[in-house]
Design a protein. Structure first.
Length: 663
């Protein structure tokens, strides 16, 4: 093993004596060598290749910025090589950081129990192939069923203490390179648990909450579960190809002005301090509010032609020249601009730069980064509030950046909770079961709907879903009448609705995947004047919990209060985005307790708890995954201890067991 002193000498021999005199550069290069197992010689060769590819002068020495770029390249190459080693056994994988509330890799002993179905006929072991058996208490299975995955096959182990908290639930930090997970269709057996939230909550066979079909002439029975819309479906009844001139720009302006008002209230900005125009020079720091946008070169310029070529390549089209799609560029550190509204900044777009020690705050309760080094995530369409100075260089230097706080969670009275959970004609102290399945429901090879039928066999229901519009083997002879019963509710997209006291929100737009493709993460350097002994609260800043990508995407959607906060959508998404009616994408008054956001670009399903809201990416039935939710009733003694008109939250993250299940 190479000791630190020897490593420093060898690094100085290759990079020159200036490296030893720069503590930050020495620390960065030493960290790369020790963390990734790179020798000083190999690091020097990578630096020479980097300098050659970027056409750097031969006399230019290695700097701290160059070292950080080398770290990214080395980490990327290690991740790529790890992804190729898909045949490695699970025992050879690097164990991930366990979580107190999330567990993976378990096999359900009784899938029908998890779905809340009572009395499903069980097949013999020979017919079932060990997929799910009669429940018996055995090791390594959260459900006590046979055929469970051994504990060694999963890097996550069940936690003995599963204490609920309002903190964000994350899976692992991303500071070290981890081996990517393979898709669920290739690695998970049928009806196995891909990921679980609150696994310590036992499953109960409460039966289906759906009313059976009512015979002709019979009295319709009362529903055990209340289903209601949180938005008016008539709002979608508009002439979608008819809009007035200037209507789009007015809608975009109104969104900035609306967020400016709520940001002023949330962060207690004095009314006497007006929001300024970032494009105008100022001698004192000012507050500004605007929309994050990429810098867009002129189409006729050389940069514009390069952008056009890249956009055509991304969309995999062969159209070139004037007819090629002119997509927006990706956000870059030198190309981030802030678009003001016409009222606050005449609609100008001003380039942004971020000072060392720029304070990042995600909510008014967030203590902020306190001038320490951190990372900052931005994407097109994001509304932010910044404090800084335009010193006359046509750039706005940001010293503080604040994000909108999320909407509050929905509340209901104690009497409503008691009626929903303990009324004899409703749930009668039983658990509420919800199953969510996202399309496409069959693969590109045909219309067999194998995964869907496997799910329906367990749900004791029938009928085909709508096929994907891009289905190659679609034909009139293959598709019969849908024959949807009256119990089926068709809702707008996106939609927010109530199931008893719970608020659920969902959309088919791939907001998570588009955020992943358009997100720009930049590093903010530590302030040289930062307090070396910051308050303990600063260590609890939200920015420190925002490293895990799926948590970061979920937080962005909740913070921006929209199912699709990006603007404009990337050309590759082919999304039918209606700017004039984009207000229909916003959350209505509250943050949903449960957000179901399917994604085709994020292949691995996940569960995250962010700001006490639960976000689920369930995957698709075609790729073999669904989500099963069991919501236990609130403790009766807790409800009886409070007044009937007291308002409470649903606390879904605490009392619901959520399982991502492989089909």
């Amino acid at each position: 093993m190479v000791v630190a002193t020897d490593l420093t000498i060898r690094l100085s021999e290759h990079f020159g004596p200036h490296l030893a005199s720069d503590p930050a550069l020495l620390s960065e290069t030493t960290s790369i060598c020790t963390h990734y197992g790179v020798s000083p010689e190999d690091l020097f060769y990578k630096w020479e290749a980097f300098a050659f590819n970027h056409k750097l002068p031969k006399s230019e020495p290695l700097t701290i910025d160059h070292a950080r770029e080398l770290r990214k390249i080395i980490a990327s190459s290690i991740n790529s090589s790890s992804a190729g080693a898909g045949g490695e056994s699970a025992g050879n994988q690097t164990p991930l950081k366990p979580s107190s509330a999330l567990n993976r890799g378990k096999v359900a002993g009784d899938f029908s129990t998890m779905l809340g179905i009572k009395g499903t006929p069980m097949k013999t072991p020979s017919a079932m192939g060990g997929a799910f058996q009669t429940p018996q208490r055995q090791n390594h299975s959260p459900y006590g069923g046979a055929g469970a995955t051994p504990a060694s096959a999963s890097a996550y182990k069940p936690s003995a203490n599963n204490t609920a908290s309002t903190a964000d639930v994350t899976m692992a930090e991303i500071d070290s390179p981890l081996r990517p997970h393979a898709s669920t269709t290739s690695t998970n057996p049928a009806f196995s648990i891909i990921e679980s939230l609150n696994e310590s909550i036992p499953l109960s066979t409460s039966g289906s909450q759906l009313c059976p079909p009512t015979p002709a002439g019979a009295k319709k029975p009362n529903s055990r579960v209340s289903l209601a819309m949180a938005t008016d479906p008539k709002a979608w009844n508009y002439r979608y190809m008819f809009e007035k001139k200037g209507e789009r720009s007015q809608v975009l302006d109104d969104r900035i002005d609306e967020f400016a008002s709520l940001l002023r209230t949330a962060y207690n900005i004095d009314e006497s301090e007006e929001f300024g125009d970032p494009s105008l020079p100022s001698q004192e720091p000012i507050w500004v509010v605007g929309r994050i946008c990429p810098a867009l070169p002129a189409p006729e310029s050389s940069a514009g032609q390069t952008l056009r070529s890249k956009a055509a390549a991304r969309s995999k089209t062969e159209v070139e020249g004037e007819n090629a799609a002119f997509g927006l560029p990706k956000l870059a550190e030198t190309g981030v601009v802030l678009e003001s509204s016409r009222m606050m900044g005449s609609g100008n777009r001003t380039p942004l730069t971020f000072n060392k020690g720029c304070i990042v705050k995600y909510t008014p309760q967030d203590p902020g980064t306190g001038g320490g080094a951190t990372t900052l995530s931005l994407f097109p369409g994001q509304i932010v509030m910044c404090r800084g100075i335009n010193a006359g260089a046509e750039k706005f230097a940001v010293s503080e950046i604040h994000f909108p706080p999320p909407l509050p969670l929905a509340v209901h009275t104690v009497d409503e909770a008691r009626d929903h959970s303990y009324s004899p004609v409703k749930l009668n102290a039983k658990a509420l079961n919800i199953v969510a399945a996202a399309g496409p429901f069959t693969g590109e090879e045909g219309l067999e709907f194998e995964g869907w039928h496997r799910l329906m066999d367990e749900l004791e229901a029938g009928g085909l879903p709508f096929p994907d519009g891009s289905q190659e083997r679609r034909g009139k002879e293959d598709i019969s009448q849908w024959g949807l019963p009256k119990r089926v509710r068709c809702l707008p997209n996106p939609s927010v609705f109530y199931v008893n006291e719970l608020v659920l929100g969902t959309t088919t737009a791939d907001s998570l995947g588009d955020l992943k493709s358009e997100e720009f993460v930049t590093r903010i350097e530590s302030s040289p004047h930062r307090n070396p002994n910051p308050p303990i609260a600063v260590a609890e800043a939200v920015a420190g919990k925002n490293k895990e990508p799926n948590t970061r995407y979920s937080r962005s959607i909740i913070s921006q209060r929209s199912f699709y906060p990006l603007f404009p959508p990337p050309t590759s998404s082919n999304l039918a985005y209606d700017t004039s009616h984009s207000h229909l994408l916003n959350f209505p008054a509250v943050t949903p307790d449960l957000l179901i956001l399917p994604s085709g670009k994020i292949t691995k399903p996940f569960i995250r708890v962010v700001n006490s809201a639960t976000v689920i990416q369930p995957g698709s039935v075609a790729k073999g995954s669904v989500v099963a939710v069991q919501v236990d009733p609130m403790k009766k003694e807790q409800l009886e201890a409070r007044g009937g008109m007291d308002q409470i939250n649903s606390s879904l993250w605490d009392r619901a067991r959520i399982d991502l299940v492989s089909l």
